[in-house]
Design a protein around this ligand. Structure first.
Ligand SMILES: [Cu+2]
Length: 71
């Protein structure tokens, strides 16, 4: 398992936060996701043999938010 933190732009409220969490949690191989609305970050724990950062970023983008950079 690896833990990665990404920065997300465009989250305005708890609904957005839940949206992002749900989108990332739906990815196979992701075991835990924590989205911090104030810090505009998502911390994801995932199995790198199954999931990868690209698919996580794509899920965030597809949900309508922007991944601005990796930490
Ligand atoms: Cu919102």
């Amino acid at each position: 398992m690896v833990t990665e933190t990404i920065n997300i732009e465009g989250m305005m409220c708890g609904h957005c936060q839940a949206n992002v969490e749900k989108s990332i949690a739906a990815i196979k191989g992701v075991s835990e996701v924590k989205v911090d609305l104030a810090a505009k970050t998502a911390t994801i724990n995932f199995d790198p043999a199954i999931a990868n950062l690209d698919s996580i970023k794509k899920a965030v983008t597809d949900a309508g938010y922007e991944v601005i950079r990796e930490q």
